[in-house]
Design a protein around this ligand. Sequence first.
Ligand code: COS
Length: 392
Amino acid sequence: MQFQETEEQSMIREMVRDFAEEVLAPTCLARDKAQQPPIEEWAQFVEYGLQSCTIPEDFGGVPLDDISEAIIVEELARVDPSFAVFFCVHVGLCAKTIVIHGTDEQKSKYLPMLATDKVGAYSLSEAGAGTDAAAMSCKAKLSDDGTHYLLTGEKMWVTNGVSADVYVLFAKDVDHPDYGVKKHGGTTAFIVEQSFEGFTVGKKEDKLGIRSSDTCTLVLENCKVPVENVLKSPGKGFPIAMNALDNSRIGIAAQGLGIAQGAYESALKYAHEREAFGVPIARHQMITAYLADMATQVEAARLMVYKAAWTKEQHYHHGGHRHSKEASMAKLFAGDTAMWVAERAVQILGGYGYTTDFPVERFFRDAKITQIYEGTQEVQKLVIARAISKDV
Ligand code: COS
């Protein structure tokens, strides 16, 4: 067992940290206020090639190991959690899902564009199907000539929904023999382009946090999707959706870690600069104890995130076991850590922490979503409980 980053991982961390501080930090508050997606910043980011980190070289990517991917998210979220989730969804939920489940034709068509400047998204949830994903009601019906599916319904909570060009999107094939038999019966994964006929970007949500990340509904009105855009085969979509979430929950855990790290650093700096009763507040025991607890929680979250990323790497490349449990544990712990550390940071900064003069109010608002999306904390407990019950 070793706890040291490789030289390459340290180099990536430094590169992303510089990018986040130089490019994201100056604009993130204004984007947050305006709810503006980081399109210009993304254009600068793609020059580094990191948006292709989950795509094999054969399809134009510069693949990195899973711990490096987590480090990138962590460093982005330390400054700008909205940008971090933009990256996470693109590389994880979209590109990686096509890498794992796509045919050679699908990979050749879609991965090179996702490896360059096209943006990816993932669309599973609906108004009545969030935690209970299998309850989705969007329907897919094969056209009479059998060349394409017609998708109908409305998807919800789609991160990157406005900005994306390509979506991995789930709907139920009503003619599949399992449809109406099993709860998730007929669920099919499609690759959908924003330009497809019958596809409309719907309402954009006005959110508490991660406001520079666009979240919207998608309206499908006989949306025409070629049959060759089905991932795997019709009716095989639910396990694809679950597998994609196993992968990306580590990304959200890394986002929580980055938020916690950013909030902790702000509080530490402030506590050493701000004086009260004649000394820096960091010398008051109650504040010292907060800071010690925060540093400990952040470190514990970091170990869990990297361990989950390592387990994922072992699963895909070295025959290791599936990483569902580790991903959910990391997301559960790091999400709670983000929320707790950000709240403590606001407390340490007092009134200043409640204003936009310091980033901790934004971290506080941004932290909350890490306990909700890509599976609520309650869902993570369900996944963990199911996994550990197999150990009995
Ligand atoms: N990887 C691959 N396949 C998986 C899987 C995983 N991690 N987890 C479940 N599956 C498969 C099962 O093996 C089963 O397949 P078969 O029917 O072929 O046997 C199928 O998926 C259904 O699994 P299960 O019975 O566990 O489904 P449930 O309806 O009970 O759902 C939860 C389980 C709640 C865990 C699931 O709905 C979930 O994760 N919900 C949260 C969704 C979420 O995170 N949404 C946010 C999306 S971001 S827009």
